[in-house]
Design a protein around this ligand. Structure first.
Ligand code: ADP
Ligand code: ZN
Length: 380
């Protein structure tokens, strides 16, 4: 395309209630240039670098060096990896480390890691001293294409995931595809489930690429293909978030495609299954249900979707997949886990369904019977 390497793509996500845009940069080598980029964004002072022990070991030092070369004082803070870290207790520990480390209102908090670290770090940045500058550096595919974009931050409660949080778009979001070089294959596949979701919601061209050769995307592809995959998935998310930044107009709910089923699978398993796998199985159920309700413009879509997911090494049949993970469940139990008590009593659920790749809509009164049939059809 004529550009010289490294190629940097820039996006700007506009949040209506703030004057500043939410700049997103995608390009190889951003990790080593972060100090300069933060400076150019007008940030300074003490930089708290929040990561988990795995990601911190891989990329912490490089980032710290880049920040120090740009004149920042760096306060590294490492957390144990995994969802169990995303709590108010950890947030409280971080607040205290920030206070003890002398991070003031002019400081900056950098989140480096997957969705867990970024959700937590963003929430701490949003609330410490009523909000300090936040920079997000995602290192999983899932976080790059989904979790890090759109300003959602938060922590879990014992009563449920993400029950406490804030909309707090980062001052700068740096996506360096080379950070995926160390990502375990299972985490790559997990992220691909969200890429498939994004393609179905808003990019028929990307969908076609997945259909044409799913195996090509089963592991991390070459630099150009990876950049295409990232930028197209990110563009889908940006477009939706810009139309409905605070999830009040409805479009943002489309991003839940496959997730109402997926969350039910996760809940039933006691959150022992990976999110991406749950979303994959959930997408299949949603596609089959869309067909049963007569919404699908292309009847072959569920079959295509299963082929794509299988090619990516993701599950498609929820009951077999759960059984492989030692979890038994009936379709009725899945439906029971899908909604709140109130929704269950009415027997009708709110679901995002597919018309065709690039056209999904939310339906608020989906009757029980077709959902049950779709779950029976996609069980084994
Ligand atoms: P997500 O919510 O984005 O799926 P998590 O924050 O739960 O991601 O991270 C998943 C796991 O992958 C964690 O154990 C984390 O330490 C690890 N991880 C994240 N990014 C990388 C990376 N680039 N290389 C190696 N391991 C990583
Ligand atoms: Zn998801």
């Amino acid at each position: 395309m004529g550009e010289s390497f490294p190629r940097i793509l820039s996006f700007h996500l506009r949040f209506p209630d703030r004057e500043r845009a939410h700049p997103i940069m995608v390009g190889a080598g951003l990790v080593d240039r972060c100090g300069t980029l933060l400076k150019e964004a007008g940030l300074g002072g003490t930089a708290a670098l929040v990561s988990d022990t795995i990601v911190g070991t891989y990329y912490g030092e490089r980032i710290q060096r880049s920040l120090e070369e740009a004149g920042f004082t760096v306060l590294p803070l490492l957390l144990p990896p995994g969802e169990t870290t995303k709590t108010l207790n950890t947030a409280a520990e971080l607040y205290r480390h920030l206070a003890q480390g002398g991070v003031g209102r002019d400081g900056v908090l950098i989140g480096l890691g997957g969705g867990v670290v970024l959700d937590l770090a963003g929430f701490v940045a949003a609330t410490y001293m009523r909000g300090i500058a936040f920079v997000s550096i995602p290192t999983t595919l899932l976080a790059m294409v989904d979790a890090a974009i759109g300003g959602k931050t938060g922590v879990d409660l014992p009563e449920g995931k993400n029950l406490v949080g804030a909309f707090y778009p980062p001052h700068l979001l740096l996506i360096d595809p080379t950070a995926l070089n160390t990502l375990p294959p299972a985490e790559w596949r997990n992220g691909m489930a969200e890429v498939v979701k994004a393609a179905l919601i808003g990019d028929p061209g990307l969908w076609q690429q997945l259909v044409d050769n799913p195996a090509r995307w089963a592991t991390k592809p070459g630099e150009e293909a990876l950049l295409t995959l990232l930028s197209r998935s990110i563009a889908v998310k940006i477009q939706i978030v810009e139309h409905d930044p605070l999830e009040t107009r409805g479009e943002r709910e489309w991003l839940n495609l496959g997730h109402t089923f997926g969350h039910a699978f996760e809940r039933i398993s006691g959150y022992q299954v990976p999110h991406g796998e749950a979303v994959a199985a959930g997408l299949v159920a949603a596609a089959v249900l869309s067909g049963r309700l007569g919404l699908l413009e292309e009847s072959e879509l569920p079959e295509q979707l299963e082929r794509v997911l299988r090619g990516l090494g993701l599950p498609t049949r929820w009951r077999i997949w759960l059984a492989q993970r030692g979890v038994e469940a009936t379709p009725e139990e899945v439906i029971a886990a899908m909604g709140t008590d109130k929704k269950r009593r009415g027997g009708r659920l709110r679901l995002v369904l597919i018309h065709r790749p690039g056209l999904v809509r939310t339906y608020s009164d989906v009757p029980y019977e077709p959902i049950l049939q779709a779950l029976e059809e996609t069980a084994v």
